[in-house]
Design a protein around this ligand. Structure first.
Ligand code: B1M
Length: 209
C-alpha cells in the first residue's frame, strides 16, 4: 500500500523529483489518482500554507512545493479525466488581477475538462478587461474566476461589473472560487455560482449550463 504520508512530506519538502517518483510508484501499486490528490497532495499543500502563515516556511520554499505539486498534478491529470461526459460547453477560467496563485485554478480547470468542458485557461493576474476581451473572442458559456488573496477578491466584483458594462453579462454564467471566497460573497457580487473545491466546480458548472 502506498505511503500517502510520505508523499505529503516530499511535497512539503518541495522535492519535485522524488515526488513524481513516489506518485508514479503509488499509481503502479494501484492507488487511485483521486486518493493521491485528496489524501496526500492537497493535505500537503495545507501544511505548506500553515507553515507559511506561521513564518516557518518562506516564499522560495513555498514555490518549490508549488512546483512539485504542479509536476505531480501533470502525472495525475490524464487519470482524473472522466471519459463519460463530452462537450458540456466552453468555459474561460483565470486567476484575477493581482493574484499569482494558480495551482487550485489549474486543478479546477482539470476537473472542468473531465466534466466535459472545453476549457480556455487564461492564466494568472487577469484584469477585468482581459476577461471581457476573452469572452468576445471565445464566446464561452461560463467564466470561472479564482482568487486566493483577500486583497484580490475585489477584482471578482470588478470583473462582474466590467462584463455588465460591456453588455456581455447576460451571455455568460459566472462561477467563482478560491480559499477566501464564500457563497455569501459570490451572491453579493452577483456571480451565478460558488464552488468550494475543484470537484464541486465541475458539478456546479454542468448544472449552470
Ligand atoms: Co500564497 N498565500 N502568497 N503563494 N499561498 C496563500 C493563499 C495564504 C493563505 C498563505 C497563508 O498566509 N496562510 C496567503 C493569503 C492570505 C489571505 O489573503 N487571506 C498567501 C499570501 C499572503 C501570499 C503572498 C502575499 C505572500 C507574500 O508575498 N508575502 C504572495 C502573493 C502573490 C500574489 O498572488 N500576488 C503569495 C505567493 C505565493 C507563491 C507564489 C509563493 C505560491 C503560489 C504558487 C502558484 O500558485 N503557482 C503560494 C502558495 C503556494 C500558497 C499556499 C501555500 C497554497 C495555495 C495552493 O496552491 N493550495 C496558500 C495557503 C493555502 O491555501 N493553504 C497561500 C492548494 C490548492 C489545491 O488549493 O488554491 O485553495 P486552492 O484551490 C482550491 C479551492 O480554493 C478551490 O478549488 C481548489 C481545489 O480544490 N478553488 C476554486 C480555487 N479556485 C477556484 C475557482 C473556482 C472554484 C473553486 O471556480 C472558478
Amino acid at each position: 500500500m502506498a505511503d500517502l504520508n510520505a508523499i505529503s512530506n516530499t511535497l512539503i519538502k518541495g522535492d519535485a523529483g522524488n515526488l513524481t517518483s513516489q506518485v508514479k510508484a503509488a499509481l503502479d501499486e494501484g492507488t487511485a489518482a483521486s486518493e493521491i490528490l485528496n489524501k496526500a497532495l492537497i493535505p500537503g499543500m495545507d501544511v505548506v500554507g500553515e507553515r507559511m502563515e506561521n513564518g516557518d516556511m518562506f516564499i522560495p520554499e513555498v514555490l518549490m512545493s508549488a512546483k512539485a505539486m504542479s509536476a505531480a498534478l501533470g502525472i495525475l491529470k490524464p487519470l482524473l479525466t472522466d471519459e463519460e461526459s463530452k462537450s458540456a460547453g466552453r468555459i474561460i477560467i483565470g486567476t484575477v488581477k493581482g493574484d499569482l496563485h494558480d495551482i487550485g485554478k489549474n486543478l479546477v480547470a482539470m476537473m472542468l475538462e473531465s466534466a466535459g468542458f472545453e476549457v480556455v485557461n487564461l492564466g494568472v493576474d487577469i484584469a477585468p478587461e482581459a476577461f471581457v476581451e476573452a469572452v468576445k473572442e471565445h464566446q464561452p458559456n461560463l467564466i470561472g474566476l479564482s482568487a486566493l488573496l483577500t486583497t484580490t477578491m475585489t477584482q471578482m466584483q470588478k470583473t462582474v461589473d466590467a462584463l455588465k458594462e460591456s453588455g456581455l453579462r447576460g451571455q455568460v454564467k459566472i462561477l467563482v472560487g478560491g480559499a477566501p471566497v464564500t457563497e455569501k460573497f459570490a451572491q453579493e457580487i452577483g456571480a451565478d455560482g460558488y464552488a468550494p473545491d475543484a470537484g464541486s466546480a465541475g458539478k456546479l458548472a454542468r448544472s449552470l449550463t
